[in-house]
Design a protein around this ligand. Sequence first.
Ligand SMILES: Nc1ncnc2c1ncn2[C@@H]1O[C@H](COP(=O)(O)OP(=O)(O)OP(=O)(O)O)[C@@H](O)[C@H]1O
Ligand SMILES: [Mg+2]
Length: 331
Amino acid sequence: VEASKASQAGYTLDKRCPVVVKDLRRETRFSAPPLLKDHGVVSGVSVPMIYGEEVYGVLGVHTRSYREFTESEINFLQAIANTVTMAVARREAEEKLHRYAVELERSNRLKELFTDIMRHDLHNPLAVIKGISELLSEEDASEEVTLGLRTINRNATRVLRMIDDASKLAKLGSADGLVFDRKDLWEIMENVVSNLRFRTDEKEMRVVLENKGECYADVHPSIEDVFDNIVSNAVKYGPKKSQITIGIKDSGDCWLVSVKDTGEGVPDEYKEVIFNRFTRMPKKGVKGTGLGLAIAKRVVELHRGKVWVEDNPSGGSVFCVEIPKSNRRNQ
Ligand SMILES: Nc1ncnc2c1ncn2[C@@H]1O[C@H](COP(=O)(O)OP(=O)(O)OP(=O)(O)O)[C@@H](O)[C@H]1O
Ligand SMILES: [Mg+2]
């Protein structure tokens, strides 16, 4: 039935309330549609089918003889219309959800495919390039060739690390399937610091560990990458012969890990964005991909923790990581 304003259906939708027709032949608010006329309809009532902002139609009841409709009959009809409308709306929402889920799965598969391509099709040839650049003898080579081989090797190493970091980030979509073990955060931190010894020695930096003790938390092995990224940054962005101070403090339900350096610090406008992927502050001479902190943030969030940066009162920055304490018994 047409729902123009000239019809009963259109009029009902326009008024958004039940419309009673005592005698269609004397109706002046709208003209009777041929369908009702052909059936010799005399009386009737129509109710709108509306859910939220969505208009679904009009439900009408008509009689061929004169009939008056009581208020409870009209309410009953409206109740039926509401039930049908809600069922249709729910069905529509379900279908929308289903379409969304299918789309999401498709885009997830695409992401996985991209990660696989990156890991496999880019990683392997690069590993070959790096391997061969190491194998080629530098003994008889000219200075130029030696320099070239070293440059190839350095860059291949760098791109390999970028690929590893990016595929790690892609895999960190959710905590589902991750295994968390009860570990002492100090033990992890000491491991990180000792792995970086070569680089701290090179810059003649001193690493001071403050308030050492046992700090147990339920963590995934990737938490080591978090500490590594943050301490590496302190080494990378801190001045030569400076000090890096690392502490772990009790902050109620959490452990508060802090890594303090005396570098240039992070200005307020960068304090949040440096945790986004590929975001770096303009700085000459210091290389990086801008993924380290993005990975750190994702991993910390998977531990239901927080990571942020503050100013070091005596110049430089303090990177803070809050990790919930272990709620398991000592095993
Ligand atoms: N301790 C720090 N002091 C000053 N600036 C820092 C410090 N740590 C991080 N930043 C700034 O935040 C940016 C993002 O850090 P992030 O670790 O994500 O990337 P990156 O170090 O540039 O590269 P990579 O992915 O190799 O770690 C850095 O480029 C730097 O500008
Ligand atoms: Mg970094």
